[in-house]
Design a protein around this ligand. Structure first.
Ligand SMILES: Nc1ncnc2c1ncn2[C@@H]1O[C@H](COP(=O)(O)OP(=O)(O)OP(=O)(O)O)[C@@H](O)[C@H]1O
Ligand SMILES: [Mg+2]
Length: 216
């Protein structure tokens, strides 16, 4: 097993409030870890640290045996991709959003690839020119996720991305993510409150009051 991410004695404090306390965690390449725990326990904060969106107060985070501070942020985010709990779409259309990953890579947007990805999330090609303001909440959520999947990252962090989806779409997203893990070896870190997803999980990491309390 190859170690991909390691958290050593991570603490995260904001205005004297300790949000994360002495977190130690080793993640191997190809792992599928599910994070659970009560609201406010620190799950999203932990994921944002791993995604290098915030920095720990103390401790270190290693990615492929190198401190994440030693990577260029834009480069790191291509490899470790975080899907927000509250997705925000920008621009006018779905196309504008799915074109973004191409722009960061200085590539021409590939509409065919976009349509291919849309289909994976149960959305047909007509969505490409749909206006963002006309989309339902669940459609927005799926498009935000696809934005992270236009170019497949090495580590995909999913922050409650299936919350609010109906059963059919929940299952579609779940199989899509499972497929990325099993067939492409993508490392998945998924936060969920969904009992079914928890039942299906191979490894659950429980976060309580800023600590990892259970790691099974
Ligand atoms: N920048 C910040 N400033 C102040 N408090 C913060 C900050 N970031 C997070 N917190 C607090 O840290 C705690 C953990 O927040 P976090 O978003 O990680 O929880 P969570 O486990 O993801 O909860 P949920 O299940 O509701 O999404 C909360 O009490 C939150 O208010
Ligand atoms: Mg959260």
């Amino acid at each position: 097993m190859t170690e991909i991410i390691k958290l050593n004695n991570i603490n995260y404090t904001v205005n004297d409030t300790k949000i994360l306390k002495d977190i130690n965690l080793t993640i191997n390449e190809g792992d599928y870890l599910t994070f659970s725990g009560t609201s406010g326990s620190g799950k999203s904060t932990l994921m944002k640290l791993v995604a290098d969106m915030i920095s720990p107060t103390s401790g270190e985070i290693l990615y492929r045996n190198k401190n994440i501070d030693d990577y260029e942020a834009t480069d790191y985010r291509k490899q470790v991709s975080y899907c927000f709990q509250q997705p925000t779409l920008f621009g006018e259309t779905v196309f504008d959003n799915l074109a973004f990953p191409f722009k960061v890579r200085e590539q021409e947007p590939d509409s065919e690839l976009m349509v291919q990805k849309l289909k994976l999330a149960n959305l047909d090609e007509s969505f490409l020119n749909q206006k963002v303001i006309d989309l339902s909440g669940g459609q927005k959520q799926r498009i935000a996720l696809l934005r992270n999947l236009i170019f497949t990252p090495d580590v995909l962090i999913l922050d409650e991305v299936t919350t609010g989806l109906d059963k059919t779409n929940k299952n579609i997203i779940h199989s899509l993510v499972m497929d990325l893990n099993k067939n492409e070896g993508i490392t998945i870190l998924a936060i969920t409150h969904d009992q079914e997803e928890l039942d299906d999980s191979r490894k659950i990491i429980k976060v309580e009051d800023g600590r990892i309390v259970e790691d099974k």
